[in-house]
Design a protein around this ligand. Structure first.
Ligand SMILES: Cc1cc2nc3c(=O)[nH]c(=O)nc-3n(C[C@H](O)[C@H](O)[C@H](O)COP(=O)(O)OP(=O)(O)OC[C@H]3O[C@@H](n4cnc5c(N)ncnc54)[C@H](O)[C@@H]3O)c2cc1C
Length: 527
């Protein structure tokens, strides 16, 4: 951690502990991992008083994890991008993949694009430094009990949203803090989630066994900065480099279907599993295991509700996605951002409470569904001849509507290949003139949406294809297009009109949005 960030964090913790009582915070956040820190920073940016509590680190092992290049945007919003770049993490340059018996696949990120291969303890310390810098009050302590009237069965009537409280154990003392809203950002521990909200995936369990290796003979230069991933008949393994000659190497084991539950030592199981991963055993030959192996639970779970009056479950506290995706940290940061916007809305506009909570619930579910569907696709590729139940069990996790998603999350890369959209685009290009009007089945109506740091009710376009309503596509305001299109005689006139309303609109985005509107029936040709 850069010195300045480390000092700010230590200072903020000391200051909070010295004052102890302090003012009543607007929001109490349990857990200062990616979700908790992101939520705390954004709430602080909104001018909210935040108390962020994390249990003492103790002797827990921290993992090394891959954070994708696409996370840079949210790191930037959190004021963390420069600190992450300066921290000296090994850049994540791509993946080398041996999957399902197919030939090895090398996926190198585009030039100039890199993620971070982070030791989580160091990365989390950076996040906490950024939170302290944003004005968040940090405290070290173990949150042992949270009282939330809306979850308390013994209370009746309309729940009181203004009164959550928690017990914090620190240095042999316990104290009670109150706040208006509490965010459970405690990850798998699920301080609030485990109060009857957590839904455990029962079809299979996964334990990650992690070891740290130092190179003997130098490892292949082509794999520097690459995450290595390999499947085999009854599991998979992956390796994250933290320096050129240090790698965390993890095997994923199903404890019910391996020797783990039958008395074998962790080291024995780890070495036996690594033997199954032919591409790894080659380069590990001559390397030294310098730490571990240790175990980490990587089993899936979800929740009955992500939010209710007075509380939100954020990041892994709400749901755990398969680590195969390498998106857990980004998902947690994004979830923290969304939770902050939701809490800020509830505090600013109490009448929006139910709409905001519903919005958060819907977004969290859509994100999780899409990750489950992605990992089910990887499982399908890995099944191979399917002799072992490890992979078939993992196919079943995605619900049938896994690809439906949220209208706000329309996958524009899929749209770019959609035959109807391509046909509409070709047709638009051929027409010397256009005469467009609102489609017969299109409807404009109100739906919740994010504007700045608030959830508001705003006009959206509803279509049979988009029953949940959509407003923006490729950053183009679809309602603007619907309004301008009928008055324009050709596509370039419509583009000019769009540019006048929103300077800087890119032509490919404009054409993509227009073609999609026509293909889905939002706009229809008069002739
Ligand atoms: C084996 C494995 C490999 C993974 N690999 C990757 C990867 O390569 N890339 C990736 O993006 N993601 C990866 N993930 C997922 C990633 O670790 C999580 O998704 C991410 O850490 C979630 O962040 P979070 O803030 O929600 O929870 P956490 O990071 O778990 O943070 C929770 C915080 O709450 C604190 N806490 C818990 N209980 C209490 C309490 N009672 N009182 C006070 N504080 C408490 C904890 O100390 C912790 O700081 C992996 C996960 C596993 C298990």
């Amino acid at each position: 951690m850069p010195e300045a960030h480390g000092q700010r964090y230590a200072h903020a913790v000391r200051a909070a502990q010295d004052s102890d009582a302090g003012d009543v915070p607007d929001v109490l956040i349990v857990g200062a991992g990616p979700a908790g820190c992101a939520a705390a920073i954004v709430l602080s940016q909104c001018g909210r008083r935040v108390l962020l509590i994390d249990r003492p680190a103790g002797a827990r092992h921290a993992l090394a994890e891959s954070i994708p290049p696409s996370a840079r945007r949210i790191l930037s919003v959190l004021g963390m991008k420069d600190a992450a770049d300066a921290a000296g993490f090994q850049p994540w340059l791509g993946n080398t993949v041996w999957w399902g018996g197919a030939d090895p696949r090398v996926e190198t990120f585009a030039t100039g694009e890199a993620g971070h291969q982070v030791e989580r303890a160091r990365f989390d310390a950076l996040l906490r430094g950024a939170a302290a810098e944003a004005g968040v009050t940090l405290r070290s302590g173990f949150v042992s009990d949270v009282t939330i009237p809306s979850l308390d069965q013994s209370r009746s009537g309309e729940p009181d949203v203004n009164g959550v409280s928690a017990t914090i154990e620190a240095d042999g003392h316990s104290s009670r803090v109150t706040a208006r809203i509490v965010l459970d950002c405690s990850g798998r521990a699920g301080v609030i989630a485990r109060r009857g909200l957590r839904v455990t995936e029962t079809s299979h369990h996964t334990v990650a066994l992690v070891g740290v290796w130092r190179a003997g003979p130098p490892w292949p230069a082509a794999q520097h900065g690459h995450t290595l991933v390999a499947s085999h008949a009854d599991g998979w393994a992956w390796s994250v480099p933290t320096t050129r000659d240090t790698r965390y190497v993890t095997v994923m084991v199903d404890p019910e279907r391996s020797h783990l539950t039958r008395g074998a030592s962790a080291l024995g199981v780890y070495r036996a599993e690594l033997q199954k991963v032919a591409p790894f055993s080659r380069w590990l030959d001559g390397a030294t295991l310098v730490d571990g192996p240790w175990g980490a639970d990587a089993s899936l779970y979800g929740t009955h509700h992500h939010a209710g009056p007075g509380y939100l479950l954020v990041g892994d506290a709400g749901a755990f996605i398969d680590p195969l995706s390498s998106f857990g940290v980004k998902k947690a940061l994004a979830s923290g951002w969304m939770a902050a916007v939701t809490a800020n809305t509830v505090l600013t506009t109490p009448s929006m409470r139910d709409a905001a909570v519903e919005f958060y619930e819907r977004r969290e579910r859509a994100v999780i569904r899409s990750f489950h569907s992605q990992t089910a696709r990887y499982a399908a590729e890995a099944v191979g001849d399917g002799a072992h139940p490890f992979w078939p069990a993992r196919l079943a996790v995605a619900p049938p509507d896994a690809d439906a998603g949220d209208a706000d999350e329309i996958d524009t890369t899929l749209l770019a290949r959609d035959p109807d959209v391509l046909a509409a685009l070709g047709d638009l290009r051929q027409r010397p003139q256009i005469q467009l009007r609102l489609g017969d089945r299109a409807r404009i109506g109100l739906r919740s949406a994010i504007r700045g740091h608030q959830i508001v009710m705003d006009d959206h376009l509803f279509l049979p294809a988009w029953p949940e309503g959509v407003r923006y596509l490729r950053n183009i305001d679809l309602l603007l297009l619907l309004r301008l299109a009928p008055g324009c005689r050709d596509v370039s006139e419509l583009y000019d009109a769009c540019l006048r309303a929103h300077p800087g609109v890119a032509l490919p985005d404009f054409l993509g949005a227009l073609a999609t509107l026509v293909a889905r029936g939002g706009l229809q040709h008069e002739i």
